[in-house]
Design a protein around this ligand. Structure first.
Ligand code: SF4
Ligand code: FE
Length: 483
């Protein structure tokens, strides 16, 4: 089975024995929990759209291992065209879900681990790449969702891992055995963690020799003995428990993050892809981050499309669409959104082949892409709020609208243009609220800032990749300076 249907995916999650805590309670069935389910629906969409012939070009690819048709989320990019299609697929999914669909972290992780294990084996004579390919084959053939787990809790940011007061603040090898390793620690902000079948762990930063035990990469089943999850809260998340879907804004789809805890988890050697080779930790971090920075040039743009459309509808429903400043604000939003997309496409088109044969994005442009993402969605959200008006955050609930007694009053006073039902206006304003302030704002706003690395991380990469010396030489040449 190289492609699962959405239903098969949902059923496959039910078979997992995940230990998920949410608001102090162990969740019996994560798939059916009203707070978690919309995020599962988003991942389910990555399976459902792959079955649709009209999206086949974007959603599926041909495996270089088997020649079989596989979901693009399980694919290693074999060309710059593959890199471009990846971004287009992410824009499509952002448009269809209006949320984070989570599955990209695994795709970005396999692409980073592939080239790094290959190079590691060449230099050090290790045997990681073969092991990784064995895992990749299973992932592709079983159409698995894999959580690429990088970010450690990190404790005191001024101290390296081995100097922390608590040695577990970065995932580490706690014990080496003849048949494998025992790992301990946690990964924070793990996107899609409880909707995943497997986890692919990578180090969080460049490790030095003293921190070799923290230079560790491996895969584990999401429900392996010793792994548990503490589900992250999102703004307005309990609205999903109220039985008023209009108030949720986007009741069908969402995203999630969780703290993933490794409490002495045994990993057999065949599932280990790095165990102390600290010299390669930096390359793994940079490549995974680079791919995920490219990703944002697709997913955030797709959600931006929804937000721009919602803002235009809010203007229609308010009767403000003819005002020139509204038109101009919508133009500005589109300009910013397409600029993000341009960066996502550019870093893909300028990608290059790695030694292992898969394609890496242009690192400078991928970092420029993400740096723009730390800013533009905020401006797009600001303009959407400007167009929506204060009513977006002061209007009453769906229950008031549907109430036998006061419903008529809500209907009368919250109407804009006479021909548009009040309910439509409320729905679109709640959608804008959801993306800019509610559960989806995690993905569209704060994640735009910190996901795939905080702004400073990109600035460091831009300074490294920007080749200032070359630019100085260009200037000297034209200015006639000879030294
Ligand atoms: Fe994919 Fe975007 Fe979510 Fe990252 S933030 S997992 S790129 S949808
Ligand atoms: Fe992300």
């Amino acid at each position: 089975m190289a492609l699962m249907t959405g239903e098969q995916y949902e059923e496959s999650l039910r078979k997992l024995n995940l230990k998920v805590y949410l608001m102090g309670e162990l969740v019996k069935s994560p798939v059916d929990h009203p707070i978690i389910r919309p995020s599962m629906n988003s991942v389910k969409l990555t399976y459902a759209l792959a079955q649709d012939p009209q999206y086949e070009d974007l959603m599926t690819a041909t495996s270089h291992l088997t020649g079989n048709k596989i979901n693009r989320f399980c694919h290693l990019h074999r060309s710059t065209d593959d890199l471009v299609r990846k971004v287009k697929m992410q824009r499509l999914l952002g448009q269809k879900s209006g949320a984070c669909f989570q599955r990209c972290v695994g795709m970005d992780a396999i692409n980073a681990v592939d080239s790094v294990t290959f190079e590691m084996d060449q230099k050090l004579g290790t045997k990681y790449h073969k092991r990784f390919n064995k895992f990749l084959l299973m992932m592709q053939e079983e159409d698995l969702t894999v959580d690429g787990a990088m970010t450690d809790p990190k404790g005191d940011r001024g101290l390296p891992p081995h100097k922390q007061a608590d040695p577990d603040l970065f995932v580490r090898i706690a014990e080496r055995k003849a048949d494998g390793i025992v790992v301990r620690g946690a990964k924070a902000h793990q996107t899609g963690a409880v909707n995943s079948h497997w986890i692919l762990v990578m180090p969080t930063m460049t490790m030095a020799k003293e921190d070799a035990d923290y230079a560790v990469s491996f895969v584990a089943p999401a429900d392996a003995e010793g792994i548990s999850y503490i589900y992250g809260r999102q703004s307005c998340d309990t609205r999903k428990l109220e039985g008023s879907p209009i108030d949720v804004g986007n009741s069908q789809y969402g995203g999630h993050e969780a703290l993933m805890v490794f409490d002495d988890v045994f990993i057999p050697w065949e599932d280990v892809f790095m165990a102390g080779e600290y010299e390669f930790s930096g390359a793994l971090v940079e490549r995974f981050a680079g791919y995920h920075r490219q990703s944002y040039g697709g997913c955030k743009v797709g959600v931006g499309d929804v937000l721009i459309g919602a803002a235009a509808l809010a203007a229609d429903y308010n009767g403000a669409m003819k005002a020139s400043h509204i038109k101009d604000k919508l133009i500005e939003m589109m300009h910013l959104n397409e600029t993000l997309y341009a960066c996502g496409i550019a870093c893909s088109a300028e990608g290059a082949k790695t030694a292992s044969g898969n394609y890496l994005i242009n690192m400078l442009l991928a970092n420029v892409c993400k740096q723009n993402v730390t800013r533009f969605p905020y401006e797009i959200a600001r303009l959407a709020e400007d167009i929506a008006g204060g009513i977006m955050v002061t209007m009453p609930s769906e229950k008031d609208l549907k109430d036998a007694k006061i419903g008529k009053v809500v209907e009368k006073y919250f109407r804009g243009v006479a021909s548009v039902p009040t309910e439509h206006r409320m729905r679109i304003l709640r959608l804008i609220e959801n993306i800019t302030l509610g559960t989806a704002a995690v993905g569209y706003r704060t994640e735009s800032m910190h996901g795939a690395g905080s702004p400073q991380a990109q600035r460091i990469m831009i300074s490294r990749q920007g080749n200032l010396a070359h630019k100085k030489n260009l200037a000297k040449e034209l200015a006639g300076i000879k030294e």
